[in-house]
Write a protein that binds this ligand. Structure first.
Ligand code: CTP
Length: 391
């Protein structure tokens, strides 16, 4: 069943950005109810939110309704999470001081759902010690915040106060909604390709987009883990709240992974590590001379195998990508690398592999159990992998 998000819009210019937030939440299949303060309606029309949320927008505390339900109480209890976006100095001040004098402030006061304030206001207001004291007080009561960014503000000044970007706000909301069954766990994930230099211009790499590893890191973070993501070169943005360590080559990846391994509880190696690297890296650009060019390659360390030998209490998970004999090869890798389980996929299957948002895998456990999964999103698969590590 889809979760219910109540979005409170207050009177700041950043209210126009809340339109995008609501639209994205709907696309993510949340049910969204919007409450607008009187000032918010000076910036954006209720009709905009009504059209996007497909729900009536509540603007007036004493609006006549056709059905009997005390609306601020019903939205307060219906909410799985409450997002105030933008949250101005005024709404922060009201809630911090127990004032409930309009529809939004009464609903916030009446809800037991997690409330997230996405701060957006003028820099001087943001820096005002009264506002800061109110924020501190609300944090102590357990209210959550998406801090404002620094940058150019609509009022013509520059500084802190700009509403955070949409993705950060949505990530924080999802974090508030998720079960925290990995709380206290340290998760180490690797993702993306490694890149092995030939000369200052060229390199050897592979088609890995890094999506699988990034989705695992994101899911683990949402479930409360403290996550380190050692990532090769990708075009993906850093998942909110994840400690990302960027690396280039397999040797660099190995160094970073070993550094974090002993202190990790769960280690998931989704990276596509280059098995070989050029034996020597030319200091200068290699010029075009003969018809053929040979580059001598030498073996890279098998990082996962070394982790398997080093492992003490960690749950160690590997990936296995093949184009034939998937299960036999996966079983061999599970054994030789001393893994707890391995996630195997065949590159030739539609919906599996590099660059896609989906994957089609089999998971093989140490006791020989094999489970085949239908095509699913990489995020769903990430959660299945994490469920298994908990078991
Ligand atoms: N792996 C690793 N270090 C390497 C090669 C692979 O840590 N040098 C890890 C990958 O991150 C993955 C698992 O080992 O979790 C399996 O990788 P894969 O490329 O499928 O297999 P390889 O062991 O490299 O064997 P082959 O290339 O012969 O299939």
């Amino acid at each position: 069943m889809s979760k219910n998000i109540v979005v409170g819009v207050t009177g700041g210019i950043a209210a126009y950005k809340t339109v995008e937030v609501v639209s994205r939440l709907k696309k993510m299949s949340y049910n969204v109810d919007v409450i607008m303060t009187k000032s918010a309606q000076e910036f954006v029309m209720p009709l905009t939110f009504q059209t996007l949320s497909k729900n009536k927008v509540v603007c007036d505390m004493f609006e006549k309704t056709n059905y009997y339900e005390v609306e601020h109480i019903s939205l307060a209890t219906k909410a799985d999470a409450f997002l105030v976006c933008p949250a101005t100095a005024n709404i922060i001040g009201k809630v911090a001081n127990g004032i409930a004098d309009d529809f939004l402030s009464t609903t916030i006061m009446a809800t037991k759902a997690p409330v997230i304030f996405a701060l957006g206001m003028n820099t001087n207001m943001y820096e005002n010690p009264i506002v800061q004291a109110n924020i501190k007080k609300l944090k102590e009561y357990g209210y959550l915040f998406v801090d404002a960014d620094e940058g150019f503000l609509a009022c013509g000044t520059s500084g802190k106060g700009r509403l955070a970007d949409t993705q950060t706000i949505i990530d924080s909301l999802e974090y508030a909604l998720s079960k925290k069954d990995l709380q206290g766990k340290k998760v180490l994930v690797t993702a993306g390709p490694t890149t092995e230099s030939i000369d200052p211009v060229r390199f050897i790499t592979n088609h890995s987009s890094g999506k699988m590893g990034y989705e695992i890191a994101k899911a683990a973070r949402l479930r409360g883990a403290s996550v380190t993501l050692v990532s090769g070169k990708t075009n993906l943005s850093c998942p909110t709240g994840v400690n990302v360590v960027n690396v280039t080559s397999a040797l660099e990846m190995k160094e970073e992974v070993i550094k974090h391994f002993d202190n990790s509880d769960i280690v998931i190696k989704a990276a596509a590590v280059a098995d070989y690297r050029p034996k020597s890296v030319s200091d200068d650009k290699i010029k075009k001379t003969d018809e053929n060019l040979s580059i001598e390659l030498e073996k890279n360390p098998d990082i996962l195998k070394e982790l398997g030998q080093r492992k003490s209490n960690q749950i160690l998970v590997g990936f296995c990508m093949e184009t034939k004999d998937l299960i036999e090869n996966a079983k061999k890798k599970l054994e030789s690398k001393n893994l707890d389980f391995i996630v195997a996929n065949n590159l030739k299957v539609e919906g599996a592999g590099f660059g896609t948002d989906t994957n089609v895998v089999s998971i093989i456990e140490r006791n020989g159990n094999k489970t085949d999964y239908e095509k699913m999103s990489k995020f769903e698969l990430a959660n299945i992998i994490l469920d298994k590590t908990l078991k």
